[in-house]
Structures are given as structure tokens and as C-alpha cells.
Design a protein around this ligand. Sequence first.
Ligand code: TYM
Length: 342
Amino acid sequence: MENTVNTTPETKKKRVLSMIQPTGMFTLGNYLGALKNFVALQNDYECVYALADLHAITVRQNPAEFRKNTLSAYAMMLALGIDPEKSIFFIQSQVPEHAQLAWVLSCYTQFGELSRMTQFKDKSSKNADNINAGLFTYPALMAADILLYQTDLVPVGGDQKQHVEICRDIAMRFNNIYGDVFTIPEPYIPPTGARIMSLTSPENKMSKSDKDPGGCIYIMQSPDDIMRCFKRAVTDSETGHCVYACPEKLGVTNLMQIYSVCTGKTMDEIEAEFDGMGYGAFKPAVGEAVVETLRPIREEAERLMKDKAYLEDILRDGAERAAYAANRTLRKVYKKIGFVQI
Ligand code: TYM
């Protein structure tokens, strides 16, 4: 039939999936490395986004805070521009198929390959008193998240690349045994912003677990606080010269990346803009660019958080749509494995 879009395999949009843990507030790293792309991809892809609350309990959470943070995170993602009309947007624990497929996939994942995960080594050294089995099998759950939706593309920051690679290995192993059950996904890492570093120790990733509160910027932070953090950002002992990707200038490289993603300017343009001006002018300019990028998001999130009825409606609808798609894949997997079907 004429004028029918996206129904034939040739015109079908590719599927994008990504998730984020709803612990604490989202950081500037989460935003520039991942969330900004989530929004941009919605126009050209069929997108599935979720809050990975099952992943979050690999670290102990305070129940009341966790519930509140999850709802705030949901509102924040809507404020960022996740459009529930265009994308499926839900909370992971509300779609039981994730936990169900994760168990199956964990039986097709080797102890040795899980032991090689950098994030497991990193997180277990930081949480030495709680190295639980979930922390270890986390990549099998992440693989389930991705494979349930027959995902083509997974937008993530550089730190999650290894998890997407193990997901590909698990999917290929499964397909080799049972036929083409899963689409093999590709990671999508942004060219700039894939690894936003701490403002005070630029050799480390910007992270909520940063010991120094000045190193991490949060989406909901006040403009004054953000400006203070940028003015104190570590640069180097030279008298100030913006040069990109110089190994001795990790702090400046990081600030230039942040400025570039916020303003859309190239590294050459930034070098020219601040030529001969010194870090005293550069650092507050980066702060201003971040404040202006985050201001409308913060205001809209605050408005949405007060509209509980709207949030609940969107949440329910997102979970239903996700479950419908996820269940199709899970049924297929169960059948292939040989589970009795009723
Ligand atoms: P999470 O919650 O740690 O981070 C969410 C996203 O933000 C990116 N990110 C960064 N990017 C650049 N610079 C930084 N400093 C920075 N910090 C975080 C992360 O790479 C990620 O893309 N396991 C995942 C969540 C997850 C998931 C999935 C992702 C669960 N299931 C399926 C993709 C597909 C995680 O803990 O991300």
C-alpha cells in the first residue's frame, strides 16, 4: 500500500536501547556522555530507554531515597527531552522479562569472561565488604536488557563498551547454538564527551562516587555551585594555553571537551577563541556554558516532579509497551531452549 512508512523490513527504523542507573543525581558525565545522545537519536531510530534499578541494587541502597531518586531520575529524563510518544521509556524492575532473560543468559556466560570485566574489578575494590554475586553477573543482566529488544545500537559512554562487547559475545554464542534468535548489537560511543573526567582529579572519570565533591557536576546543581566548581577546576602549571589532547594537560583537555559538547564548537575554534587569554577567562566560560545548558533541564524537571499523576501515567504506559516487546523475545528464547510451552 502507498504511503505506508516503517512497515517493510527495508524501511524499518533501527532499534536503539540504553539505560542508566537511577542512583543519586545524574552527573554532567552521564548527560554529555550518554543522555544527550539518547535525545538526539529519537528522531532517526526506534528507541527504548530505561532506568536500570535492578543494576543499582548491586550496591546497597536506602529504600526511601532509592524510590525518590528513581522517580526524580524519570522526571529528569523527560525534562532532558526523552519523548514518551516517540520512545519506549520505563523502569527496569517493572518489566520482569529482564530478570528472567538475565538468568537464562547467565547460563551462557563464562566465569572467566565475567572475571575480566574492568568495572567488576573496580567496583569490588571500592565495595570490599559487599562483593555480591549480582555485581559479578551484572553483564548478563545488561545483555538481557539489550537483547530483549532486538537492539541494533547501544549508545553508551566509553566505560560501558566492554559490557556491550560481552553482550555481543553472549548473543553470538546463543545464536550459534539455537539459530538467529538475537540481533547482534553495536556500541555507539560519542566522538566527544565519551569520557568526561573529574574536575579536581582529571585522570579519573567524573563519577558520583568521587571523594572530592568539587570534582563532579550534577544536572540539578545550582548555577552558583556549578560556577564555583569550574573556577576551582584543576588545569596545569603553565600560564594558560588551551591545547587539546596534550598528555600533560588532562584537565584542560577535559574542560575543552565539556565546552565543545555544550556549545557545539570544534577544538580549533575553542583554541582560537581563548588564544592568549589564560585559564582565568577560560574556566568561568566553561562554567557559564554548562549552566546555560543545564538551566532549562533543571527547571522542567522541577515542574514535572510535582506532577505525580502525569509521571505515573507515562510510567505505566512505558512498562506495558516494553513488556509487550520483551515478552516476544523471551517466548522465543524459552521455546528454543526447550522449556515446556503452555
Ligand atoms: P551508568 O548508570 O553508570 O551510566 C549511564 C551512562 O552514562 C555514561 N557515563 C559517562 N559518560 C562519559 N563520561 C562519564 N564520566 C560518564 N559516567 C557515566 C555511561 O557510560 C552510561 O552510558 N550498566 C550501565 C547501565 C545499563 C545499560 C544497560 C546501558 C544497564 N543496562 C543496557 C546500556 C544498555 C551503567 O551502570 O551505566
